[in-house]
Design a protein around this ligand. Structure first.
Ligand code: ADP
Length: 228
């Protein structure tokens, strides 16, 4: 037993296989993330960062290779099992918040917990605690449209952490924000990751943000390499 919470081994993925437009995106990518570790995933646009994150988060399947999350082998499992692992142990954050517009900030954090079998009262309490933690409890009853970009993204972090996942996957999580807000919101995210002791894999183009994480890896010609 060790504290590796995300283990990707030998991942390969080719789109449009067997056609003239075939794109070999991953060619044997390996990566291990330990509990409490925030790792920056850096690569140019089109290099395959989103593909890797989707496979790691069990939203897509690799052609070959394996994905282990919190000690569970997800490869080759039925969709129901993969969905259950994803709901329980994986949180996602995207560049755009993707909050449900007709629900309040609090409700957006409560809903994934209800879907995961948590009782309403406990879900409300946890949602409020998370909003307090990111400094916007006073916005709990506002809908996303009434929140600033930075506030929306803070709510998106809370939603991603609602079910206490072991792994957080983020694709340019502050990419839509102005530099100052991005800086503040990124601090909030790093604190959440380190406090919760989860593993975070965060794709970014921003080398300054990458430098504030525990480690940087790059995706180069379909494999993971240490940062240069
Ligand atoms: P990144 O996130 O680094 O920008 P992506 O993982 O989105 O890279 O894409 C990697 C490559 O795979 C790109 O050339 C993209 O056009 C291609 N691609 C991604 N998804 C698909 C798909 N579903 N079908 C065909 N090609 C895809």
């Amino acid at each position: 037993m060790n504290d590796v919470t995300l283990r990707l081994q030998g991942l390969s993925k080719t789109y449009l296989k067997g056609t003239p437009g075939e794109i070999e995106v991953l060619r044997g990518a390996d990566l291990e993330l330990r509990a409490g570790e925030a790792v920056a995933l850096v690569a140019p646009s089109g290099a395959g960062k989103s593909t890797l994150l989707h496979i790691a988060g069990l939203l897509d399947v690799p052609d070959t290779g394996t994905v282990q999350i919190a000690g569970q082998e997800a490869t080759g499992k039925r969709d129901r099992t993969r969905t259950a692992i994803r709901r329980k142990d994986v949180g996602f954050v995207y560049q755009f918040h993707h909050l449900l517009p007709e629900f309040t900030a609090l409700e957006n954090i409560v809903l994934p917990q209800l879907a995961n079998g948590v009782a309403q009262t406990a879900a409300n309490e946890r949602a409020l605690k998370l909003l307090e933690r990111v400094g916007i409890a006073q916005r709990a009853n506002h809908r996303p449209a009434a929140l600033s970009g930075g506030e929306q993204q803070r709510v998106a972090f809370c939603r991603a952490l609602a079910n206490e996942p072991r792994v957080l996957l983020a694709d340019e999580p502050t990419g839509n924000l102005d530099p100052e807000t991005s800086d503040q919101v990124f601090d909030v995210l790093m604190n959440l990751v380190h406090e919760a002791g989860l593993s975070a894999l965060i794709a970014t183009h921003n080398l300054e943000l990458a430098a504030r994480m525990d480690r940087t890896v790059r995706l180069d010609s379909g494999v993971i390499k240490p940062a240069v």
